[in-house]
Design a protein around this ligand. Structure first.
Ligand SMILES: [Cu+2]
Length: 496
């Protein structure tokens, strides 16, 4: 048949509540998830630890944080690069094709597990919450780096506690490179700069305030909103730059805040990459809309800016319109060498919608809230459950449609799908939401590979993706971490 959407579960004898299928029997197919296997030879082996620490962020007392620490046990020593004076975990630098083994040891007193956001890895290495480990335990990940070169990241994924764990500092960048990308002559070394954007809130003792105890802005339904923007874990971030092109890798690592970024002098953004790596060609945007979990890569050329000048990256609050600076670039020195922006960046090798098995009948996912719980197709997260419309077949190309048109408590939702990079093939908005939509729509970058896509209120978005290489139980969810923690997450099963 053409589409799987709406078809009956293949094995109805396992039907559980709400027509869902109890998939417990699938869960232990991997012989022993989290333990090293003899037939896997790593190129790079890393010890990763989640632990309690103190970091000097503001003037005065240091801030207690949770953070990832890592060291290379075997392989390239430059696979782990520390970000100085930051609570962020070290940046992991992987090369396409490498075999990676990571021993994650948990030193905090609540369960956790690590997800490699955007990476295409086997089920047992994806950081599903059912694999969460407790204090003192170790979970070993083994995977091959299959992804295109690009900017990915890692963060915790336990059920119900991802928001606070990421907020207190557990996150880091993961950068994939390969020889094809290196041949492009993009800015590198000091000219390749990640900007991890996160909002935070501090008390008088410089300690982080989250939503617990009724503190903090936002709330469990809106999500956490801080009153201070940190870049790479630092306040008042300034990049001392040369008159040279830069590759800026932006990650929205915030729990719930959506940014609308623009340069203060209205120079356009030259966008060269998205979640899943480089675009086919650079594209221009007057501003950028970046929701939690999304990445965008820029070619920022400061060659024509005089030494001593300052270029400010601003956020325009999408609700209030209020503008505030989040980072500045200070031109500190003249650089005579230069680079030119390539007109061709990469081959996307994308798919055609008509080739999808369900292109005339997309799988739809309604986003809504009932009884103070966020739902997907009326269902909340269950650790070991998939519904009939959440089972796909390995090798199939499918269209999924997320629909944010609930009549109650409409909010923006950044939707993230594990195990794939997808193409955004269609956006539509209800006429009554057009004004709100117009505030952000010119900042979307849908030209490339994505793993997270923002849906504004009244919006529906179609994505196209192929389920390749790995079978098993994976997640799709809202990347507003407070929504995710309150159930706006579901499993989907990739069957052989
Ligand atoms: Cu959401």
């Amino acid at each position: 048949m053409g589409g799987l959407a709406g078809c009956a579960p293949r094995d109805s004898s396992h039907s559980g509540t709400h027509g869902s299928r109890n998939i417990f029997s699938f869960l232990n197919r991997s012989p022993s998830p989290g333990t090293p296997s003899d037939d896997f030879t790593p190129d790079v082996e890393i010890a990763l630890r989640a632990t309690l620490d103190e970091v000097q962020i503001l003037a005065g007392p240091p801030t207690t944080v949770w953070r990832f620490q890592a060291e290379v046990l075997q392989g390239r020593p430059d696979a782990v690069v520390e970000i100085p004076d930051s609570y962020l975990g070290p940046t992991l630098h992987f090369r396409r094709g490498e075999a990676i083994r990571i021993h994650f040891t948990h030193d905090l007193d609540e369960p956790s597990i690590v997800h490699w956001h955007g990476l295409h890895v086997p089920e047992a290495a994806d950081g599903h919450p059912r694999f969460a480990i407790s204090e003192g335990e170790t979970f070993t990940y083994e995977f091959k780096v299959l992804n295109r070169p690009g900017t990915y990241w890692y963060h915790p994924h336990p059920h119900g506690r991802t928001g606070p764990q990421a907020y207190y500092g557990l996150a880091g960048l993961l950068i994939v490179s390969d020889e094809e990308e290196a041949a492009l002559d993009l800015p590198e070394g000091p000219y390749d700069v990640p900007l991890v954007i996160q909002d935070r809130m501090f008390d008088e003792e410089n300690q982080l305030i989250y939503l617990e105890g009724g503190r903090g802005r936002g709330g469990p339904m809106i999500g956490f909103l801080g009153d201070r923007i940190l870049i790479n874990g630092r306040p008042n971030f300034t990049l001392d730059a040369a008159t040279h092109p830069y590759r800026l890798r932006l990650l929205n690592g915030s729990n719930a805040r959506i940014y609308k970024l623009a340069w203060h002098d209205d120079r356009p953004f030259q966008v060269i990459g998205t979640d899943g790596g480089l675009l086919a060609h650079p594209v221009q945007r007057p501003y950028l809309t970046l929701s939690p979990g999304e990445r965008v890569e820029l070619w920022a050329d400061f060659s024509a800016d005089p030494v001593g000048s300052e270029i400010i990256l601003e956020n325009h609050d999408i609700d209030t319109g209020e503008t505030f600076p989040i980072a500045q670039v200070r031109i500190a020195r003249e650089e005579t060498t230069t680079l030119s922006l390539p007109t061709e960046l990469s081959s996307l090798n994308g798919h055609q919608e008509q080739d999808a098995v369900n292109w005339q009948n997309p799988r739809t996912f309604d986003m809504e809230m009932r009884h103070m719980t966020w739902l997907l197709n009326g269902r909340t997260f269950e650790m070991e459950e998939v519904a009939p419309n959440e089972i796909v077949r390995l090798g199939d190309l499918e269209v999924w449609e997320f629909v944010n048109e609930s009549r109650h408590m409409l909010m923006p939702h950044p939707m993230h799908v594990h195990a794939v990079q997808f193409q955004v093939i269609q956006r539509e908005v209800l006429p009554e939401f057009a004004a709100q939509y117009d505030v952000v729509k010119d900042g979307y970058v849908d030209e490339g590979w994505k793993d997270t896509v923002l849906l504004m209120p009244g919006e529906r978005v179609k994505i196209l993706m192929k389920f390749e290489k790995y079978t098993g139980l994976f997640l799709y969810h809202c990347h507003n971490l407070e929504h995710e923690d309150r159930g706006m997450m579901r499993n989907f099963l990739i069957e052989p």
